[in-house]
Design a protein around this ligand. Structure first.
Ligand code: TYD
Length: 239
C-alpha cells in the first residue's frame, strides 16, 4: 500500500503495510501523544532501546518535524503567531513531507517507527485547544495520509498508527511540571484552560478509535509508566 500522490506523478514504490506484527515484512507504526509535560520523551527512548534489543530496526522520529523541511516548519509553528488555519496547514504540510520521505519508507523496510506525536495532536491542539474546525482537519488528514486504492487491504484508506500510546495526565499536574521547565514555546505558554481542551481532544480521539489507543496513567512514577507501556506491547505480542 503506497501513499497516494495527488499530482500526476507516479506513486513511490514505498509501501505502507497494514497492521503487522514485528517479524512480518511489514513495519509497525507507534505514535506517542499527550499534553505538554506528560513526560513522553524518556519512555520513547527506552522503548526504542527495547525494540533494538529484540532485534528490530527502529526509526525514531517526531512531529512537527522528522525531515529537514518539516523541522524548518516546526520552528515557525512553535514560535510565530498565526491563525489556526495557517497553523494547521503548516503542520499538515510538515506531516506530508514526513510521511512521504520518512514514515512510508521506514514502514516499507519493516522498521518499528516510533513517532513523538502524529495527527491526533492536530485534533487535540488545533481542534481542541484552538477550537479549530474538525471537519477541515479531517480533510487535511485525508489528503495527507491517503493510501493507494490498489492496497491489498482496501478497507485501510488512511495511514494511521497501529498503536497510539496516550500519556494521560491531569492538566493541573502538567502545569506544575512545566513550571520548572526551560523557556516555554508557544504551546507550552498556553493557559490551563487550553490544556484542558487539548486533553478533552485526546479523549475524544480515543472514543472514536478505542482499539488504536492505549491510555497510560502518566501521573504515576516513571518506573510504573514504563512498566505499563511495556505491558501494552507484550500483550500485543510486539515485544
Ligand atoms: P513536542 O515535540 O512534544 O514538544 P517538546 O519538544 O517541547 O517536548 O511537541 C511540540 C508542540 O507542537 C507541542 O506543544 C504540541 C504541538 N503540536 C500541535 O499543536 N499540533 C500537532 O499536530 C503536533 C504534531 C504538535
Amino acid at each position: 500500500m503506497g501513499v497516494r500522490h495527488l499530482a500526476d506523478q507516479p506513486a513511490q514504490s514505498s509501501a505502507l503495510q497494514p497492521a503487522a506484527l514485528p517479524g512480518d515484512s511489514g513495519g509497525l507504526f507507534i505514535s506517542f501523544e499527550g499534553i505538554d509535560g506528560a513526560g513522553k520523551s524518556t519512555h520513547i527512548t527506552a522503548l526504542a532501546d527495547a525494540f533494538r534489543q529484540a532485534g528490530r530496526a527502529v526509526t525514531l522520529t517526531r512531529e512537527p518535524g522528522g525531515t529537514a523541511l518539516a523541522e524548518k516548519l516546526r520552528q515557525v509553528v512553535l514560535n510565530d503567531a498565526m491563525d489556526p488555519l495557517t497553523e494547521s496547514l503548516l503542520i499538515f504540510a510538515a506531516r506530508r513531507d514526513h510521511v512521504v520521505n520518512v514514515i512510508a519508507p521506514a514502514l516499507a523496510r519493516g522498521d518499528v517507527l516510533l513517532c513523538d506525536r502524529f495527527t491526533d495532536a492536530s485534533f487535540a491542539y488545533q481542534g481542541g485547544g484552538r477550537g479549530f474546525d474538525l471537519a477541515v482537519l479531517s480533510t487535511l488528514e485525508a489528503w495527507v495520509q491517503a493510501c493507494d486504492d490498489d492496497a491489498e487491504l482496501p478497507t485501510q484508506k488512511l495511514l494511521q498508527p497501529h498503536l497510539t500510546i496516550w500519556f494521560d495526565l491531569p492538566p493541573e499536574e502538567a502545569a506544575l511540571r512545566l513550571a520548572d521547565a526551560r523557556m516555554p514555546d508557544k504551546f507550552e505558554a498556553q493557559p490551563l484552560a487550553f490544556f484542558r481542551r487539548v486533553a478533552a481532544g485526546y479523549a475524544a480521539r480515543l472514543q472514536r478509535e478505542p482499539h488504536r489507543f492505549a491510555r497510560i496513567d502518566a501521573s504515576q512514577a516513571p518506573d510504573a509508566v514504563g512498566r505499563d507501556i511495556r505491558q501494552v506491547l507484550l500483550a500485543r505480542g510486539w515485544l
